[in-house]
Design a protein around this ligand. Structure first.
Ligand SMILES: Cc1cc2nc3c(=O)[nH]c(=O)nc-3n(C[C@H](O)[C@H](O)[C@H](O)COP(=O)(O)OP(=O)(O)OC[C@H]3O[C@@H](n4cnc5c(N)ncnc54)[C@H](O)[C@@H]3O)c2cc1C
Length: 407
């Protein structure tokens, strides 16, 4: 998707008489050479909150700022880090308070595109060949997706938690690759109906996690609330493998994980359910899950992924208290009521009616056989007893917190 998006950008520049120049190597060296070759006087680039991007950009700034004017802006966020602060001047640790200030913060000015002038022809490496991408890449396709969503967004408040492919915008991939800017989304969707306001509130979560990463650059590696780094996680490789391959015996979790690996996509509510299952039912370190999601999600983005994993694990700010543990079967009955999503991704259970499809073991073995299912042969028996797993997790979290209080 990344390479396809870069090709689409090159095509788009071509329509304006330009093109991308590709150079590999140390970014400061490559840019310095290009500045000399073109006589450029200004350098514009998009800032990013991840520690890797921050190191790269600081390096470029340090090496080039006596040579030309450097301008950066956070085009990939609605508000820049540091713009939405508490009265005491810090970042709110509670999202709803952040959001109240966020909606009243004036939008920052972005640089206007200049006139552009032809430059001497400069050499470029070839773009790597684009592999088929899972979404049509580029801004034209992204705008079309935004227009379609603009017709549906008014139902967002009631539909957003239902697991399906059209109940949310699926614009996170465009946000990730920059084929849509969040301010373009805000301008198009607005906040004038409850559905639109609820949707834009979600986009504000994205700003919040990004701002938070500036204060906690280590967010993918350590708990924001350090006491939780004392949890005695299980080193359960078999459990992790079953979670990752969608064979836990909990149908909705399995459906979600299979969809993720096959398509790079998972609905937001389902991300919470699958993440919670790994952490709270299997007591496996959230960092293992965070890495797995980062590897598979098309929209994988360090602050969003790590922030949400910490939210689910209860180790970050504004997280639900650790003792509130999702019941994967109750969630399944609520958000995939008829079991259609499960049927699509766990075909071995396709003949089971709802509600049994959410919990196949509730059917007698003979009834299951009549529906072509033998548990343990066609579909796994549940990997854990949820009530026991819940108790184990509560004890482990409590012990970590007690140790923290003693330390
Ligand atoms: C464990 C876990 C991992 C996640 N990893 C990522 C990730 O790597 N990248 C990513 O973009 N989102 C991530 N999310 C957040 C959220 O699930 C996705 O942004 C959302 O599901 C994308 O689908 P959508 O565009 O249809 O969302 P919609 O419901 O249409 O929401 C619109 C936009 O609001 C933003 N948004 C919505 N929910 C959240 C949220 N909880 N946190 C931050 N922003 C949000 C997204 O930019 C999204 O595109 C994760 C959530 C969880 C629970």
């Amino acid at each position: 998707m990344l390479i396809a998006s870069v090709h689409a950008l090159d095509d788009e520049l071509g329509r304006h008489g330009g093109r991308l120049v590709i150079r590999s190597g140390d970014p400061a060296d490559a840019l310095r050479a290009l500045v000399t070759e073109t006589g450029a006087t200004d350098l514009y680039f998009n800032a990013d909150v991840s520690p890797y991007a921050d190191r790269r950009d600081s390096h470029v700034r340090a090496r080039l700022n006596n040579q030309l004017e450097i301008h950066t802006s956070y085009g990939n966020l609605i508000q820049e880090p540091g713009a939405v602060l508490t009265k005491k001047g810090g970042l709110s640790q509670v999202f709803s308070a952040f959001h109240r200030t966020w909606v009243n913060t004036p939008l920052p000015m972005l640089p206007e595109p200049g006139k552009g002038r032809p430059v001497a022809s400069v050499g470029s490496e070839a773009l790597p060949a684009a592999e088929p991408s899972r979404l049509v890449a580029g801004t034209d396709a992204a705008y079309e997706r935004l227009q379609i969503w603009n017709e549906q967004v008014d139902d967002y408040e009631t539909s957003r938690n239902l697991i399906g492919d059209t109940t949310t915008s699926r614009l996170s991939v465009d946000l990730k690759f920059g084929t849509l800017g969040p301010r373009t989304i805000l301008a198009q969707i607005g906040t004038h109906t409850p559905g639109r306001a609820a949707f834009i509130r979600q986009v504000a979560w994205r700003d919040w996690w990004a701002h938070l990463m500036v204060y906690h650059p280590d967010i993918s590696r350590s708990a924001i609330r350090p006491a939780y780094d004392r949890i005695a996680w299980e080193q359960d490789d078999d459990g992790f493998e079953r979670w990752a391959t969608g064979t836990t015996g909990f149908p909705l979790v399995d459906a979600g994980m299979r969809q993720l690996v096959a398509t790079g996509w998972m609905h937001g509510r389902l991300r919470m359910i699958c993440a919670s299952f790994l952490v709270k039912d299997l007591l496996i370190d959230w960092r293992r899950g965070e890495r797995f999601f980062r590897h598979h999600l098309l929209d994988a983005d360090p602050p969003q992924n790590a922030g949400n994993w910490q939210w689910v694990a209860g180790t970050g700010p504004d997280a639900a208290p650790y003792f509130r543990i999702f019941n994967p079967v109750t969630q399944s009955k609520k958000f995939d009521k008829d079991g259609d999503f499960i049927r699509a991704w766990v075909p071995e259970l396709a003949k089971l009616p709802s509600p049994a499809i959410h919990e196949p073991a509730t059917l007698a073995p003979l009834d299951l056989v009549a529906l072509d299912v033998v548990l343990g042969r066609d579909y796994p028996a549940p990997i854990v007893d949820h009530a026991n797993a819940r108790q184990r997790t509560l004890i482990a979290y409590r012990a970590a917190l007690d140790d923290g209080e003693l330390a």
